[in-house]
Design a protein around this ligand. Structure first.
Ligand SMILES: Nc1ncnc2c1ncn2[C@@H]1O[C@H](COP(=O)(O)OP(=O)(O)OP(=O)(O)O)[C@@H](O)[C@H]1O
Length: 475
């Protein structure tokens, strides 16, 4: 029989080959194996957040490796050592996986979270020395105002963005909150502002960061005990652009930290630009005090472009790429793909690739083939809201009932099914799925996922029903 250390070392060997090096260092190296009681391995982790993160991101690989070592009944227990500075009672306590009841965790003061996925912001923690501080603003040079075609769908947002770029921090549009569905130009517009500010005011510190990356950096700072440096760094920025703030949903500590950064920057007359897939009033899982602040400046939406704007966007792209395409083909593309500019561009790129590969002229015939395939492949952009609605339609229940507190069996199961499909068919995190569907936490989503997976494996008629729902969602 292997000792607990050997078991864990064997698990680590497999895990190391299967997760990125930086994640391995961050999430697996700090783990200390503490005991093995028949098939139950206990590992010690530094905080509840650590445990939650492992459960959310790495539970599959943990389960597989552990079963390989200890057989199909392998179990994992966590011993969570609280930070001595922050918790009076530092006695470790254990949570048995699968941990469905988080009250034990919730009642303990939770130290700041941890983690790093090797965020790509270069030198995020440079301390200003004698020389002027410089940071890489993380801007895509193609995302300029010149390349952002104006139409009725984006007039207000674009002109507000332009005004902000002329006078960052000094207009009433602070924060500037840009929202709209996927692929309608939020990132492009937000980055245009950053590029314009850099051109007009080269000394201003501009930084673009996606909300997930911000969260990862924050967590990494906590691990390394560098939260002060993290705050200091962000509080120095003159124009801070945070993309996809809906991703902060359910991440309370990150929201808390962002709240402090927001206040500091706003009070110091610095500019904040935020993007989101929903208007502030519709955002779920975000603290009220943040939502209130998001509404302080201007909330401007991006809508679906009309036909003329879609044609203009394609023409701009073709012109930038130095290519010539017959007008009728451009118009055909613009009339076939209507709701998402990213997909419109994608279809154009596919068409160019096809023409190059098979050395054929770009004709209407070729365009029709490409569009047909493209529309099929990108039939639907699946979102948590869309999936929830599809599941509710299938069971013929109102969507708001799914988010209610009812314990009625069929509602609970419909909710679990919606969560299952959201985890499988979208890139949303468990926290985001949970907070969108009834304000639940990530553990509830994980539990739902496991319950439904088990049912699919064991109950044939349930599986058939699930196949039918999936078809409805996808086609
Ligand atoms: N008005 C526009 N003019 C020219 N190009 C545009 C315009 N709007 C969007 N695009 C292009 O469409 C693509 C998708 O835009 P972007 O990534 O900014 O969308 P998004 O709203 O941020 O999407 P998501 O929410 O999925 O991140 C980009 O290549 C962008 O350059």
């Amino acid at each position: 029989m292997n000792t607990y250390k050997e078991v864990w070392t064997n698990c680590l060997k497999i895990i190391k080959d299967n997760v990125p090096a930086v994640s391995y260092q961050t999430w697996f190296e700090p783990i200390v194996p503490v005991r093995l009681d028949s098939n139950v391995l206990t590992i010690q982790v530094p905080s509840p957040f650590f445990y939650e993160y492992l459960e959310e991101r790495y539970i599959d690989i943990l389960r597989k490796t552990l079963r390989k070592e200890l057989g199909p009944d392998a179990k994992l227990e966590y011993s969570i050592v609280m930070d001595n500075n922050k918790v009076s009672n530092s006695k470790p306590f254990t949570v048995r996986y699968p941990a469905q009841n988080k009250t034990e965790l919730k009642n303990k003061p939770v130290p700041f979270p941890i983690q790093s996925e090797g965020g790509s912001i270069k030198n995020p923690f440079i301390i200003p020395g004698l020389k002027k501080l410089e940071i890489d603003p993380q801007l895509n040079p193609d995302y300029t105002f010149a390349n952002f075609v104006e139409g009725d769908c984006n007039k207000l947002s674009r002109s507000a963005g332009y005004a902000v770029a002329q006078n960052p921090g000094k207009t009433a549009f602070n924060p500037l909150f840009i929202y709209g569905s996927s692929g309608l130009g939020k990132t492009h517009l937000a980055q245009s502002i950053g590029i314009e500010v850099k051109e007009r005011f080269p000394d201003k510190l501009v930084l673009y960061v996606n909300a997930n990356k911000f969260q990862n950096q924050y967590v990494a700072a906590v691990i390394k005990n560098e939260v002060n440096d993290f705050l200091h760094f962000y509080q120095m920025i003159d124009v801070l652009i945070i993309d996809d703030v809906q991703e902060f949903a359910g991440k309370e500590k990150t929201q808390d930290t962002f709240f402090h950064i927001f206040n500091h920057l706003h009070q110091s007359g610095k500019q904040l630009i935020l993007t989101s897939d929903k208007a502030p009033v519709e955002l779920q899982g975000l603290e009220q005090r943040l939502l209130t602040r998001f509404k302080w400046g201007l909330s401007a939406d991006l809508q679906q472009p009309d036909f003329e704007t879609r044609v203009a966007i394609l023409k701009r792209k073709i012109y930038n790429d130095g290519i010539v395409i017959p007008d009728e083909v451009i118009e055909y593309l613009a009339s076939s793909i209507t709701s998402n500019i990213r997909e419109l561009e994608g279809a154009l790129i596919s068409l160019l690739a096809q023409a190059t590969l098979i050395k054929r002229e770009i004709t209407m015939d070729l365009a029709a083939q490409v569009v047909e395939r493209f529309v099929k492949d990108h039939a639907k952009e699946l979102s948590v809201d869309y999936i929830t609605k599809s599941v509710c339609d299938y069971f013929n229940i109102p969507t708001d009932l799914l988010s209610s507190k009812t314990r009625k069996r069929e509602i609970v199961q419909a909710r679990q099914i919606a969560m299952y499909f959201c985890k499988n068919l979208t890139k949303s995190s468990l926290s985001t799925i949970g907070s969108t569907i009834g304000g639940k936490d990530h553990a509830t989503v994980l539990h739902a996922y496991r319950t439904i997976s088990n049912l699919i494996e064991t109950d044939k008629s349930f599986k058939l029903q699930m196949d039918e729902i999936e078809k409805r969602i996808k086609y």
